[in-house]
Design a binder for this molecule. Structure first.
Ligand code: PSU
Ligand code: MN
Length: 304
């Protein structure tokens, strides 16, 4: 294996014996949530996946080494330390050669999952086409990786800090299937509704596993988005969260926030403006996604 990549022995063993493995990203830990809730989330997500009978693989770059599977200390470090890079595809060369520590976005985590041979990945929300992208060109690298990399991403849709309509159009252009898990509507992260319809509603993890297998077995490249709505009990009111998001977007504009700082800025602002309510919803939807991802991964390894 390449000296820049270290896969935890438990994960190597699981992959070699065709056990289900679920990849997890780390930007959500370092740049998506405050301490200490982020550590609690990261540990709990791993436990949920284990309880479902799959093996969790949290991914990050630690001192210039790509790690698939982290220790508790490494997770704690990513959660606490301020000087952690946000690594998407364009940041690998710098992070590895300068021996930096970096949290991986959906984009970077997908690339690493593919290198390791992991097919299913759970996260909170994917990046997408930002509002006003026609002027800023701000389109998340996540969408490019979704078009190129054979990894399925379970998420709660995307936040309406993004332009969800344009995000769906872009995914269509890139040939990325977007499935609703027990829903026909794209969920909008904090709320179950977005007003955007999806083409396909899938009812079971088994059916989703079969879909992944069918797509990849004919040699089609690219990811699949599995949109899993936040559980009803934690779903926030669509209108009020929208008002908060609009306010956060205005503040970002006023403060001149740009580029890779945009998403972390908006996430922190939304949390501040909802006095933490959004954080609880965020935690619950990540747990829900981890559970579904583990179930899909288990069916998938039995098809292969
Ligand atoms: N959306 C969230 N929480 C997150 C992110 C997105 O609700 O933590 C993170 C993910 O790691 C995603 C990244 O890949 O932000 C996208 O960043 P950008 O918009 O800069 O591409
Ligand atoms: Mn961006």
């Amino acid at each position: 294996m390449n000296p820049y990549i270290k896969i935890h022995p438990d994960i190597t063993k699981a992959l070699e014996s065709n056990q289900a493995v679920v990849a997890l990203e780390s930007t959500i830990i370092s740049h998506g949530m405050p301490y200490p809730q982020n550590v609690k989330m990261a540990n709990e997500v791993e436990n949920i996946i284990k309880n479902e009978g799959a093996v969790p693989a949290t991914i990050a770059i630690i001192n210039g080494i790509i790690k698939v599977g982290l220790t508790h200390e490494e997770i704690e470090f990513l959660a606490k330390e301020k000087d952690v890079l946000k690594v998407s595809k364009r940041d690998f060369g710098y992070a590895l050669s300068q021996k930096r520590t970096g949290a991986t976005t959906v984009s970077a985590t997908m690339l690493i999952a593919e290198m390791a041979g992991i097919k299913v990945f759970a996260t909170g929300g994917i990046g997408g086409v930002h509002r006003d992208a026609q002027n800023t060109f701000d389109i998340s690298r996540d969408l490019e990786e979704l078009s190129n990399v054979n990894v399925a991403v379970v998420c709660a849709g995307a936040k309406s800090i993004l332009d969800l309509g344009l995000t769906l159009e872009f995914l269509e252009t890139k040939g990325v299937e977007v499935l609703g898990y027990q829903t026909k509507e794209l969920p909008a992260f904090y709320s179950r509704e977005s007003g955007f319809n999806l083409d396909y509603r899938m009812e079971t993890p088994e059916d989703i596993a079969k879909l992944l297998h069918a797509k990849w077995s004919i040699g089609l490249k690219g990811g699949i988005v599995i949109a899993n709505p936040i559980p009803q009990a934690y779903s926030m009111d669509k209108k009020s969260i929208q008002m908060v998001i609009d306010r956060a977007l205005e503040d970002a504009k006023k403060e001149g926030i740009k580029g890779k700082d945009t998403t972390p800025y908006l996430l922190a602002k939304v949390k501040e403006l909802t006095k933490g309510e959004s954080l609880e919803a965020n935690l619950e939807l990540v747990f829900n996604n981890a559970r579904l991802a583990a179930q899909i991964a288990k069916f998938y390894v039995n098809i292969e």
